[in-house]
Design a protein around this ligand. Structure first.
Ligand SMILES: [Zn+2]
Length: 92
């Protein structure tokens, strides 16, 4: 299993989830068809507190949702994290 580098996307605090979803974490769970229990950055064993907005390093601004703990979600935007590509849900 190889990991990719992701970062928090800037300026997404006010962004509302798509119509019909109660939160970005709800969006992630229903797109994936599974519950989110743990923060999906590696290595972090924090809880899945929010559906965080992230970008792949080097890919530009394309936005994905990933379950994050508050601690990871609140790190500075230039902090690099590792994650599994298969855990990312694209935001259209
Ligand atoms: Zn975390």
């Amino acid at each position: 299993m190889s990991y990719i580098v992701i970062k928090n996307k800037k300026g997404t605090v006010e962004k509302l989830p798509p119509s019909g979803y109660t939160s970005w974490l709800d969006f992630w769970e229903r797109q994936k068809g599974q519950r989110a229990y743990q923060c999906k950055t590696i290595p972090c064993d924090g809880p899945a507190d929010v559906g965080g907005h992230v970008i792949k390093s080097g890919e530009g601004g394309k936005e994905y949702i990933l379950p994050l703990c508050y601690e990871c979600n609140n790190k500075p935007d230039d902090t690099s994290f590792y994650a599994r590509e298969s855990d990312l849900v694209s935001v259209q």
